[in-house]
Ligand binder design. Structure first.
Ligand code: HEC
Ligand code: HEC
Ligand code: HEC
Ligand code: HEC
Ligand code: HEC
Ligand code: HEC
Length: 275
């Protein structure tokens, strides 16, 4: 039933708004504040498109179709850490400076797209340029339908509950491309979830290092996104999050988006889940 997801998402979004407003804060001021915050959250697009990047900075000039990079298929096989720490991809679109000369020499996409791990970037009689430089995304959309079918459902983002998919073993992303490399351990004292108090007390947020450590190294967040001292991050409001800062650096682009209030604000009764 994923084909009707657009409508479902709209309904879900509206329900979230109404449920949050009804069940929500007792005071009119809080209510107006919530309303304004919610209005600035973009609506969820088609599930397959969430986290799917169009890369055309260099291709346009070269007369090649844009490259389409789907996070969903890749993250099912590799944790964020593999690409964003080990292989040096930036988490800012366009920032890495990927070019043909770099990837044919085995960097970036070429670390895997070498004809062994995945189809090759090299030229030759068996060239497969068009599998990345896609003129048309219909095949990819169809691939998504099949891919998502067996995975646990979530209302927003890819329509996939990625955390649950890992928990129940539906996907088992690799943590490194190297063999036998030791993975850093999470320090004991970071194992307890942390409470982040908010300006509006009913909206307190729980953040768990452990839930993130599975996918990400410390350097993904510290010191660029968050200070390492609790409650020291400046201007850490919902609004700044929605504009892609702090939690929003991932939770608006690749990880489940901010539309899914209840997954961060456990006390909000604004959760709505179809099915
Ligand atoms: C695994 C995916 C992948 C494959 C396969 C692939 N490319 Fe690319 N290609 C990219 C990416 C990523 C970029 C950088 C896109 C950007 O930022 O504009 C790129 C950029 C380019 C550019 C722009 C010029 C430059 O210096 O970067 C050309 C030309 C190009 N590719 C040609 C080819 C040809 C020819 C083939 C097949 C022989 C091919 N590509 C196969 C991913 C791929
Ligand atoms: C197979 C490699 C790969 C994996 C795995 C991967 N990413 Fe990425 N990611 C990329 C590439 C490539 C880019 C684009 C970099 C560029 O344009 O310079 C990117 C960009 C991003 C961006 C910026 C997107 C935007 O629209 O601006 C975010 C955020 C991000 N990744 C988060 C994640 C998270 C979180 C995970 C794990 C759940 C993850 N990535 C897993 C390769 C990967
Ligand atoms: C860590 C390994 C890894 C990296 C890095 C990587 N890929 Fe892939 N990619 C794969 C694997 C594995 C597949 C599926 C294998 C196959 O079909 O040959 C795949 C498949 C794809 C597909 C086909 C559609 C799909 O998702 O199945 C596209 C398009 C693609 N990659 C683009 C890229 C681009 C563009 C980059 C660099 C920006 C990149 N990949 C970097 C491992 C990687
Ligand atoms: C997904 C993002 C993310 C990752 C990955 C991450 N952290 Fe944090 N960390 C946070 C946030 C958010 C805070 C709270 C910041 C605040 O309140 O201003 C925090 C706070 C901390 C604190 C202060 C805790 C306290 O009780 O005062 C320490 C120490 C810390 N992190 C260490 C680490 C280490 C070590 C790693 C890697 C094992 C790591 N972090 C990985 C997001 C992250
Ligand atoms: C560097 C990227 C990144 C940042 C920054 C980040 N997260 Fe996450 N978070 C993830 C990824 C990846 C997952 C796995 C689930 C997914 O992709 O939807 C996740 C999962 C979670 C989960 C678990 C959901 C569940 O159902 O188990 C919660 C809650 C969460 N994040 C809250 C936060 C909060 C609150 C912040 C800011 C203080 C934050 N995250 C910052 C990447 C990030
Ligand atoms: C990825 C996690 C995440 C999601 C999803 C999320 N929030 Fe937040 N929210 C935060 C964080 C982090 C803060 C600020 C925490 C702090 O101040 O320490 C916050 C703060 C708030 C506040 C307090 C006022 C303020 O600006 O600080 C309200 C109200 C709020 N969020 C409402 C919502 C609503 C409504 C939704 C769903 C539409 C939502 N949030 C979804 C993480 C999230």
């Amino acid at each position: 039933m994923r084909w009707c997801s657009g409508k479902l998402q709209l309904i879900a979004a509206l329900l979230v708004v109404t449920v949050v407003l009804w069940g929500g804060a007792g005071q009119a001021g809080d209510r107006a504040e919530l309303g304004n915050i919610i209005k600035t959250i973009p609506s969820n697009g088609p599930f397959w498109k969430y986290g799917t990047l169009e890369m055309h900075r260099k291709t346009k000039k070269a007369g090649m179709p844009a490259v389409i990079f789907p996070h969903w298929s890749h993250r099912a096989q590799y944790t964020c850490r593999v690409c964003h720490q080990e292989l040096g991809f930036s988490m800012r679109s366009g920032d890495t400076g990927i070019s043909r000369s770099k990837y044919v020499s085995g960097k970036y996409c070429g670390a895997c797209h070498n004809g062994v791990t995945a189809f090759t970037v090299q030229d030759g009689p068996a060239r497969q340029c068009d599998r990345c430089h896609m003129k048309d995304t219909r095949k990819l959309e169809k691939q998504f339908e099949e891919f998502a079918q067996d995975l646990p459902f979530a209302s927003f983002g890819n329509g996939i509950d990625w955390a649950e998919a890992i928990k129940i073993g539906k996907i088992r992303p690799k943590n490194t491309l190297a063999t036998g490399q030791a993975i850093q351990q999470l320090p004991e004292k970071l194992k307890l979830p942390m409470k982040l108090g908010t300006a509006a007390p009913r909206s307190d947020v729980t953040f768990s290092h452990e839930e993130h450590f599975f996918e990400l190294d410390c350097s993904a967040c510290h010191p660029d996104i968050f200070n390492i001292k609790k409650k020291s991050t400046k201007d850490f409001t919902m609004e700044s999050n929605i504009f892609g800062n702090y939690c929003g650096a991932c939770h608006m682009l690749v990880a489940f988006p901010m539309n899914d209030c209840k997954r961060c604000h456990s006390q909000m009764n604004g959760g709505y889940s179809p099915q």
